[in-house]
Design a binder for this molecule. Structure first.
Ligand code: NAD
Ligand code: WQD
Length: 353
């Protein structure tokens, strides 16, 4: 275990943020600091880069403590918890660390099972050993497949997973809910994210897809920047108003804020376990996203229409009422704001490379 930054002035409300150097984790670190928590990042940089810490430092004007640890390594996690507990209380754990590439998970399922499920089991065991009760888990709308009704609420059943990645999220939700039944101290939120996009408005942190991006927005911004071939819209013959697939895009800062709200809610609970959808609550088609990007940024997106991508659901968006009722949280940022921030991030990246 290697503590990369030694940060001595520790406050009491520490929050362990696994995967905190990643896309959603780094934005959540910013929001945690804003809310008075002390985030402690645990990340092995398997899908991120240590320079994320520089971006965080520019935004926050201070250093964040980081442990370069693999979350599947229970004994290293134990060391992290012991080290934090020497300095104060651990208010909770947010577990982002996982592999997330749907296509890769089909080619390398074992890597996904062992990392995503193994890290969750190791973390729950370590929390139990140290009596830490508040747990916020990164789940995904992928667990719903193509739901019978949209907007989809949390009572919709899990459909057979389309990919090993999706299966790991279903399995982790099951693992966590079984641990919750067995461990009286556990209070849990299973946060089911829809499609996170955008970046911090400073352009100092954002999504850093390594290699060929699979998700729509990183591909769109790189194609618009001339770094890739034109974007291929995967199919325009779906039964949707313009024929392209519909998704619920949520600004990553809104998503990050929801984690703070979840932690605050958990501290007042007595043995709760709740699944919550986190989405904007409305759907946008691929063509609507392209149009919104063009009007937000005054630039045209090069694209062609191609065949459907296997495994894509036609349309999904969230009923996010439960998160509003329970956490008092809702989205504040529009699709256009998110797309402006995505483009700003892409432009800053180009300058750095
Ligand atoms: P990301 O890849 O940017 O961040 C994940 C971070 O976890 C990376 O920094 C990586 O280095 C780290 N990590 C992975 N395995 C680790 C391990 N064993 N030990 C320590 N660190 C490890 O991904 P993200 O987009 O920020 O996603 C965060 C979480 O949200 C993931 O659990 C993902 O499955 C989930 N999620 C993401 C999306 C999305 O579209 N981005 C949607 C739904 C759910
Ligand atoms: C969005 C839309 C594509 C790329 C994935 C995971 C899901 C969750 C979120 C983690 C779709 C279309 C895309 C392109 C396109 N992640 N598209 N051309 O598939 O909704 O969800 O990320 O949990 O599990 O499956 O997101 O960004 O890949 O696609 O037309 O080059 O954009 O068909 O309609 P998706 P996405």
């Amino acid at each position: 275990m290697k503590a990369v930054v030694n940060f001595e002035t520790m406050k009491s409300q520490q929050v362990i943020v696994t995967g905190g150097a990643g896309y959603i984790g780094s934005h959540t670190v910013v929001e945690l600091i804003g809310a008075g928590f002390e985030p402690i990042i645990v990340d092995n940089f398997s899908n991120s880069h240590p320079r994320v810490l520089d971006g965080l430092e520019r935004i926050l004007n201070r250093k964040i403590q980081l442990f370069d640890v693999d979350c599947c390594d229970e004994s290293a996690l134990n060391g992290v918890f012991e080290s934090c507990l020497k300095r104060g209380n651990i208010a909770g754990v947010i577990h982002f660390a996982a592999f997330k590439a749907v296509g890769e998970s089909t080619a390398e399922p074992l890597k996904y099972f062992s990392n995503n499920i193994g890290s969750t089991a190791a973390l729950l065991a370590t929390m139990h050993r140290h009596g830490v009760g508040s747990f916020v888990f990164s789940s995904s709308c992928t667990i719903y497949g193509q739901p019978e009704q949209i907007p989809v609420d949390e009572t919709a059943p899990f459909l057979p997973a389309e990919s090993p990645y999706g299966y790991t999220k279903q399995a982790c939700e099951r693992l966590i809910s079984d641990a919750h039944s067995a461990h009286a101290e556990l209070n849990v939120t299973l946060l089911r994210y829809f499609n996170p996009i955008g970046a911090h408005p400073s352009g100092d942190i954002g999504e850093l897809p390594l290699g060929h991006p699979n998700n729509l927005i990183p591909f769109l911004t790189q194609a618009t920047a001339g770094l890739r071939d034109p974007l291929t819209v995967f199919g325009n013959d779906y039964p949707t108003p313009d024929g392209t697939c519909v998704r619920d895009y949520i600004h990553v800062i809104d998503l990050a804020r929801a984690h703070v709200a979840a932690l605050n809610w958990l501290k007042d609970q007595n043995h709760a376990c709740e699944a919550l959808n986190l989405g904007a609550g409305n759907g946008s088609s691929v063509l609507q996203v392209i149009e919104a990007f063009e009007s937000a940024n005054g630039i045209s997106v090069p694209y062609t229409i191609g065949p459907r991508r296997p495994g894509d659901v036609t349309a999904i968006y969230a009923d996010a009422k439960k998160a509003k009722d329970l956490l008092g949280w809702e989205c504040k940022h529009s699709l256009q704001e998110a797309l402006k921030d995505s483009w700003n991030w892409q432009k800053k990246l180009e300058h750095k490379s």
